[in-house]
Write a protein that binds this ligand. Structure first.
Ligand SMILES: [Zn+2]
Length: 399
């Protein structure tokens, strides 16, 4: 307990109110001070002084005048999405995608790099180099880079340590600590499917869903679960490892050491592995296989048909477990939407009951391959704008 509980409480209440005022502007702008008073039920003086502080801190600005039923037209308030920028990095199994976003999540710069079989040191060095490059691209602003979010295809603990990422061959990599040594801003490490779910919820196809599951299908499979508008991380942060649930007893070997995992049948890796069985498809990439299937190659078409069926079976399992409003399929497999949509829908239909599918939507990601990068960037932005969760003392950022 603080020595001055009243002062502490007052400060905390003020911060929470300020956060509410800012959220109102972010969600409903343009709006006037009177609109905020009405929306939040705070008194006029409080709103006015908090708005003034936020204007001084460059987080909101005044713009033009709004409609008025009579008398003086009110001044309208807008969120200043250019007051700072966040960096989001999606570490894929065979790529690194980095973005710079403004405070509203808009992507202002991006960088994609293909990777292959890198050691932990090589890959983390490449992540650092990508961050340094993106930092140079950040437009001038009051707060500069307010945080860096990193999405990793593996299990991340609450301290930002990657416990295991089978497809990267990572074990116990303290990514947060490695990056904190080099970069002096808050760093957020998150499982990439959780990040993708959050990205789609904030900015993409999941905007209007209260409960949805984002299934990230690249070389591996992970899923991020949004329940009642919040990301469900599980008690230790390890939820969503559906890629490693068994769908076939004693089935194909999986990178996790187990057998018959959903990911061993339904991922980009599974597709490439099946392609190896065909002499003229061996060595083809996902993009090559899509081109071949589009040209009517029967073997390639068959591979996508089988892949879609297995994806659909796993999705039916998720639907039965969570009863979501929406399932969003994202990451690299999204490029093959036109080839796998029908087999997915057929498998979901044949493996679930009509009431389980009532009102359910199955969509492909709206943010294309940006879901995870935009999602981790959003975590960094949220960390910056949540005044009430920051230490009371601390220079630099607004309090
Ligand atoms: Zn597995």
């Amino acid at each position: 307990m603080s020595k001055h509980p009243t002062t502490w409480n007052n400060q905390m209440i003020k911060r929470m109110n300020k956060e509410m005022v800012l959220n109102s502007v972010m969600e409903s702008a343009p709006l006037s001070r009177a609109d905020i008073v009405q929306q939040l039920g705070l008194n006029k003086g409080t709103v006015s002084s908090l708005v003034n502080e936020l204007i001084e801190e460059d987080l909101i600005h005044e713009s033009g005048t709004g409609e008025s039923s009579g008398g003086r037209r009110p001044v309208m308030l807008l969120f200043n999405e250019h007051a700072g920028y966040a960096i989001g990095i999606d570490i894929g199994v065979n790529y690194i995608l980095g973005v710079v976003t403004n405070l509203a999540g808009g992507i202002v710069h991006e960088k994609l790099k293909k990777t292959r079989d890198l050691s932990v040191h090589q890959l983390t060095s490449l992540v650092s180099a990508t961050i340094r490059y993106l930092m140079e691209q950040v437009p001038p602003s009051k707060y500069g880079v307010i945080g860096i979010g990193i999405g990793v295809p593996g299990i991340v603990d609450t301290a930002g340590k990657v416990l295991i990422a089978p497809n990267l061959k990572w074990q116990d990599v303290d990514l947060k600590r490695i990056l904190e040594k080099e970069f002096q801003c808050p760093i957020f490490i998150e499982n990439e499917a959780n990040a993708g779910a959050y990205g789609e919820k904030r900015f993409g196809a999941g905007r209007n869903s209260h409960s949805m599951i984002y299934v990230s299908i690249g070389i591996g499979i992970g899923s991020g679960v949004i329940l009642n508008d919040e990301l469900y991380r599980g008690s230790n942060g390890y939820s969503g490892e559906n890629g490693h649930t068994t769908i076939i007893v004693d089935g194909k070997e999986c990178t996790c050491g187990s057998r018959g995992c959903w990911e061993a049948y339904s991922s980009e890796f599974a597709l490439l592995q099946s392609a190896e069985q065909h002499e003229h498809l061996a060595g083809a990439s996902l993009e090559d296989l899509i081109t071949l299937a589009d040209a009517g190659n029967p073997a390639a078409l068959e591979l996508f048909q089988t892949l879609g069926t297995y994806i659909g079976i796993g999705i039916a399992n998720l639907i039965k477990t969570y009863n979501p409003e929406q399932v969003i399929i994202g990451n690299r497999i999204r490029q093959a939407e036109h080839l796998i949509r029908n087999p997915i829908m057929e498998a979901v239909h044949s493996s679930s009951l009509p009431f389980q599918r009532a009102g359910l939507q199955i969509n492909f990601s709206e943010l294309s391959t940006y879901s995870a990068a935009a999602g981790v960037s959003a975590f960094a932005i949220e960390g910056f704008l949540k005044f009430s969760q920051r230490p009371l003392a601390g220079p630099g950022f607004p309090v």
